[in-house]
Design a protein around this ligand. Structure first.
Ligand code: CS2
Ligand code: MG
Length: 414
């Protein structure tokens, strides 16, 4: 048996996705996700123009060897584009291997270590009334964990908060923006930011949430890379009374040593890594126990092979998974995360931003949600199939993540 074809499908059923389809000489189909929000075409070209032809004729069962062949054989290492492309190949080969055995993928990763996967929802609001309504809605649906993002007085739009959604309205918060008329974007939108106003405002929001919703609801918050190390330490310390499950991306994670400063000032648990793409991005953070949760998605970190190694490494240091699960990881990438989540010992929690109806019509999934928990399902492989005909009706349309600026115009992390 060998790989016969490797094709890249770029489509936009609800938003842009990059999908790899590998078919073996026996006709077994494997799917992989290489979606890189705002840089989709780069990942697609890496696969289509530099990887696909090298796969033809390879033994599809040699997953580790193929991973090493693509990682070391490229000479140029790591980076989001390279690792998203390798991830897609890796996912597709794991999908094929499990399908050939007729078993769900998690069975190849050691079998189930739990019966279900606790997930967290994204609750947000421009003001507390809207936020409270959003939280209540999720609690009523059975969620036991919610991420809290709030508007900031004086700022028009803030990461994680829809500028247009009405209080309590469910919206598919898609951070990448097309042009206002829905056509292809030619440049990012620009947003403004004021860290002092944010630092003054956020603790009061968590105080109100705890007063209204009590001590048990697991609360998370995403700092989204926007604070300096000492600002992050100040926020982490100010949030201690509200017992967060985690403060995420408190400061840009590439400065791994900066997390020492946050740790010196606070016991608020820390999560980071969604913009990372290899274990080396985490090496100091993990070995010095500077974080508590690993945030990567298999789609951005070299796939299932690399993600499993990373999480087993983190487990040695008492660090848990908190895998990235936004709508800009495709249902294939989400399924890969769920199969890993189910099998590993050090599962923490899974992010769950439900994809839009159109996305889910196009990617037929077998994972299921039930009152705050997900289950990857027992279909063979990843359990996701792409409807190529339907995908083909929704062509790629350029969309970009926003660029953030401080009030004086200085570019800032978004
Ligand atoms: C966010 C992401 O889900 C999260 O934690 O940080 O939604 C992030 O903004 C997007 O994935 C960027 O494409
Ligand atoms: Mg995040």
């Amino acid at each position: 048996m060998s790989i016969s074809t490797a094709d890249v499908i770029i489509a936009s059923p609800g938003r842009n996705f990059v999908t790899l389809k590998i078919v073996t000489s026996d006709g077994v189909v494997g799917w992989g996700d290489a979606t890189l929000n705002g840089r989709e075409l780069a990942a697609a070209s890496y696969l289509r123009d530099h990887v696909a032809s090298t796969l033809i004729g390879r033994d599809e069962d040699r997953i580790e060897d193929t991973w090493q062949y693509l990682y070391r054989g490229a000479y140029w290492r790591r980076g989001p584009v390279t690792m998203a492309a390798i991830a897609a190949v890796d996912m597709a080969l794991w999908d094929i291997k499990a399908k050939k055995l007729g078993i769900p993928l998690y069975q190849l990763l050691g079998g189930a270590s739990r019966d279900k996967l606790r997930v967290y929802a994204h609750a947000s609001g421009n003001d507390y009334a809207a936020l409270s309504q959003a939280i209540r809605g999720y609690v009523d649906e059975g969620y036991t964990a919610v991420r809290i993002q709030t508007g900031v007085p004086g700022l028009d739009s803030v990461y994680g908060v829809s500028a247009t959604a009405k209080p309590g309205e469910k919206y598919d918060y898609e951070p990448a923006h097309r042009a206002a008329d829905g056509s292809a974007a030619t440049r990012p939108v620009e947003e403004d930011w004021d860290t002092p106003a944010y630092l003054r405002h956020v603790p009061s929001i968590f105080e109100k949430v705890r007063e209204e919703f009590g001590p048990e609801l697991r609360l998370l918050h995403d700092g989204h890379h926007r604070m300096s190390p000492i600002e992050a330490a100040r926020l982490a310390k100010s949030l201690e009374p509200y017992d967060l499950l985690w403060l995420e991306d408190a400061t840009p994670g590439e400065d791994q040593e900066a997390f020492r400063l946050i740790r010196q000032h606070s016991t608020t648990p820390l999560a980071t890594g969604e913009v990372f793409n290899s274990v080396y991005d985490y090496q100091t953070l993990i070995t010095e126990r500077l974080i508590d949760y690993v945030r990567s998605a298999p789609t951005h970190t070299g796939g299932i092979t690399a993600m499993k190694k990373l999480l087993d490494f983190a487990d040695i240091y008492g660090i848990r998974s908190g895998l990235h699960g936004p709508t800009d990881v495709s249902p294939i990438g989400m399924a890969a995360a769920l199969h890993i989540d189910l099998a590993i010992h050090n599962f923490g929690i899974q992010e769950y931003m439900p994809h839009s109806d159109l996305t889910l019509e196009t990617f037929r999934t077998s994972y299921t949600f039930n009152r705050g928990f997900l289950y990857p399902g027992d279909n063979p492989g990843l359990g996701v199939e792409l409807d190529e005909e339907l995908a083909g009706r929704h062509p790629y349309t350029a969309a970009y993540l926003p660029v953030n600026r401080l009030l004086d115009g200085t570019v800032h992390d978004w």
